[in-house]
Design a protein around this ligand. Sequence first.
Ligand code: UDP
Length: 473
Amino acid sequence: MQTVTVPALGPELLLEELGEVRVRRLQQIGEIVQQAMGTHMQLHVNSTAAGGGVAEMLHTLLGYARGAELDIRWMTIDAPAEFYGFTKQLHHTLHGVDVGLDPEGGRELYEGVLRAQRDDLLASFQPGDIVILHDPQTAGLAEVLVEAGARVAWRCHVGTAHQNNNTERAWAFLRPYLKGIPIIVSQRAYLPDWADIAETFEIPPSIDPLSPKNMDLDPAFAREILQAAGLLSDGTAHMVTFTRRDGSPGRIEHAADVLQAGPPPPVDAQLIVQVSRWDPLKDMAGVMEAFARYVYPHNDSHLVLAGPNVSAVADDPEGAEVLQECMAAWGELPAAVRRRVHLACLPMLDADENALLVNALQRVASVVTQKSIEEGFGLTVAEAMLKARPVVATRVGGIPAQIVSGETGILIDDPHDLAAFGSAICGLLAEPAWAEELGRRGQQSVSEQFLPDRHLQQWAELILHLVGPAEST
Ligand code: UDP
């Protein structure tokens, strides 16, 4: 297993975003949890330190928790590609999609890989410590941890409210590992019917307003960042430097790998942006088709579909395949449409650089989309809303918990309705004042509901539950 280093982030850093009352409350929560935990520590275990929403969130939340003086650690498992192939299938099946999962066929591989983590894991905590396991990849570690005296909970970041045979099959696979373990989900509706209500928690995710992904960027600087990475062009070269959170200097030095017919969009182009992993459930190909059929004919906008460089996300073996499919679909577009559709693989060699590229893309976008077929929560939606961007997204999973359609963004009821999706985008592009108003209201809503203080307060409640009344008084 690998240990991930998490630098502490003092809650006072959030003063400007949260205000004094909320920051003080955050500090008090830290004190309460610290007292309840005594000499014990909290260990988080997941499958990857970079790429995807879970890693993103852990960097932030664990950082603020450490800033509040809590003893928190983070470890990732070591697993071969076939393990991630299986858990990716499990992930899709938990979303209700039939991908031919053979649960019993995969059980031996799954348990064998997790058994191999045992020694590292057991050497990493003391009885009484709290261990939070994240996602299906780590659920099978619960038993060994409990036997060794850890207080364990399992946080599932995926799920759907539309339970069907597939979700039942995936949950049936996980069930033996979760006996007596509190389960945390983003929405209660994602829970299987056998979950013990007293041992379940609903904790929606949050985003960090100060991370390189979300921090305020001057619009001109955002454009320069994108120019330096080859995502926008004004025909000149750009050298962009920035300061990292730890104060060290950084530079945008890796270009994005972009499939496009001609130059990148001009700096003043109206951009429609979707940032997602290359995953079938994010439906990048559907965004492209909707753009080609229903947006391209009505304005001069460009579409940028951006995802991580596919070789970089260890637990996402499907990425390359989905990207290939998108590239093939791009190749089938009429030549004129192709000139306005850009498929970008963002460099992942430097996490801050990658985050700044995402930030800049979301910030300069005229419209941000999230056309998911299923979605656990959809951090990209909150990220765009925090930047006051108007968002067009599908009414699936956690997205409607973030957007009130027509007030703080636009929701498309049927994720396969390309015409409605395209028409919502065109409406926003045609009416910038309305788009701005939606964006502004979206920003306000995210600031109230999806920032780290709300999230840490709910974590604190979970920790107090795990520690138990005797020690938490
Ligand atoms: N992301 C990123 N770089 C990329 C693509 C995505 O940093 O090239 C981030 C994105 O900004 C968001 C997260 O990955 O923070 C994706 O989280 P989300 O909940 O939207 O979807 P998930 O990938 O967890 O299904």
